[in-house]
Ligand binder design. Structure first.
Ligand code: UGA
Length: 445
């Protein structure tokens, strides 16, 4: 092509380049292949490239293995950037931007990609990675010949394929100089039938950070309502139901629990707070959102102590390690803070997760990683439900679990278990912001 941004081949679907085959990159690559595009994907980790070439998906994400299998012919994975640059002009940048100690985002991987692409009049960098507001402008200034389009992702782990295929909206931000590239990016998403927000680069970058920060605020808000409800006798599940029916509020992200985790919310909330701070603005609300989330994790310890007194020498079972169900991701998982805190209190921590056990073993050297929930619960003085994996609800709480545990005590960090049934089986049950379940006395025969 042409440096005016018109595609080289107009009769076929636009070939796509994806840089970084992590969770976002892989979902993006496989889904574009499913939409019929030839996709050229580059990752610097050779083992990952080899695994993908064999048709193996290195992450736990529902639907992804089937979609990869179906589209293997259209998906070309390589460790070398040259063939990607040769075959595709729209390069989706999907490398990670982890937080630094200061709370700023680490952009070194993005910078590396920009350097590797070099001077190019044909290519556009389409930024899917979450970056601070101002990143796009700085890159565009440094590499005038490289088109720059901000296209943040809104995928959720565990439902990422469905989220890609059925988005609420798409955001495409570009300056005037890259408008034709932005048209081409927007055209890729047209088959999905979702509204496309066309805007400038800074606003697109802010939409991403503000959306995650708003959702995290909603969670910290409902967690505080839960904590106050515990004191005042209201039930947060009822409160959330009543609030959520107001269309201006909406029912989503009003599930009280032991705090948000994952690779996105904690990072993006601090990144936005830090970005504001660096510009001279103190973002008070986000400071509180972060603090509430930290304290929420620790309240669980208080709930165990209320029943057990000191935790020294007690076995405590943590059910779930992943930051949420249907993923093996343990980044910023609440379980890690809880386990470390419990060990600090002198408890013996026994953890089980259906898919994230191996990662837990690496990150929690002092904890005992068990092969089943029952093994973790065996002899435990208390159980903490950390991740709402469906199989935890199916456990035989009234039978085998009740028999095996040393003390029938459950702290349900996600308000997930059947508290009436647990109370009936003689468990002391602590939820988050729930009204205490009445212990039903069996009716006379
Ligand atoms: C989040 C956003 O939801 C996505 O839109 C965004 O694209 C993604 O971050 C990202 O920036 O890449 P994700 O981190 O996969 O997605 O997970 P969520 O399902 O949003 O859950 C985040 C955390 O909030 C979890 O720890 C979850 O347990 C917690 N949560 C969620 C609550 O405590 N209560 C709720 O009501 C909802």
């Amino acid at each position: 092509m042409s440096s005016n941004g018109q595609p080289r081949v107009t009769s076929e679907l636009e070939p796509i380049g994806v840089i970084g085959a992590g969770w976002v990159g892989l979902v993006t690559a496989v889904c574009f292949a499913e939409l019929g595009h030839e996709v050229h994907c580059r990752d610097i980790v050779r083992e990952k490239v080899d695994a993908l070439a064999r048709g193996e998906v290195p992450i736990h994400e529902p639907q992804l293995p089937d979609l990869l299998e179906r589209n293997r012919e259209r998906l070309h994975v390589t460790a070398d950037l040259a063939p990607v640059l040769e075959r595709a002009e729209l390069l989706f940048c999907c490398v990670d931007t982890p937080p630094t100690y200061s709370g700023d985002a680490d952009l070194s991987r993005v910078e590396q990609v920009v350097d590797e692409i070099g001077e190019s009049g044909d290519h556009a960098l389409v930024m899917k990675s979450t970056v601070p507001v101002g990143t796009g402008r700085a890159i565009a200034r440094r590499r005038e010949s490289l088109g720059y389009v901000a296209n943040p992702e809104f995928l959720k782990e565990g439902t990422a394929v469905a989220d890609f295929m059925h988005p609420d909206r798409l955001v495409v931000g570009a300056g005037d100089e890259a408008a034709s590239f932005a048209d081409r990016v927007a055209a890729l998403y047209e088959p999905l039938g979702a509204p496309i927000v066309r805007t400038d680069v800074e606003s697109a970058e802010m939409i991403k950070l503000a959306s995650n920060a708003f959702l995290a605020t909603k969670i910290s808000f409902i967690n505080e309502i839960a904590n106050v409800s515990e004191e005042l006798g209201a039930d947060v599940a009822e409160v959330a139901r009543g609030m959520g029916l107001d269309e201006r509020i909406g029912p989503q992200f009003l599930r009280a629990g032991i705090g948000y985790g994952g690779s996105c919310f904690p990072k993006d909330v601090s990144s936005l707070k830090q970005l504001a701070g660096n510009s001279g603005y103190h973002f008070q609300l986000l400071t509180a959102v972060i603090e509430v989330n930290e304290l929420q994790k620790r309240r669980t310890i208080g709930k165990l102590k209320k029943h057990l007194g000191s935790l020294v020498g007690h076995d405590v079972a943590l059910l779930g390690v992943a930051f949420k169900p249907h993923t093996d991701d343990v980044r910023e998982a609440t379980s890690l803070v809880l386990a470390a805190r419990l060990m600090g209190e002198g408890a013996n921590v026994r953890v089980f997760d259906p898919v994230a056990g191996e990662r837990a073993a690496e990150l929690l050297p002092g904890a005992e990683v068990c092969r089943s929930a029952i093994e973790a619960l065996d002899g435990a003085a208390g159980a903490v439900l950390v991740t709402e994996w469906p199989e935890f609800r199916e456990l035989d709480w009234a039978g085998e679990v009740r028999e095996r545990m040393a003390t029938p005590l459950v702290v349900d960090g996600r308000n997930f278990l059947d508290r009436e049934a647990l109370a009936d089986a003689g468990f002391a049950y602590e939820g988050v912001g729930r009204r205490r379940a009445a212990v039903r006395t069996p009716s006379p025969a």
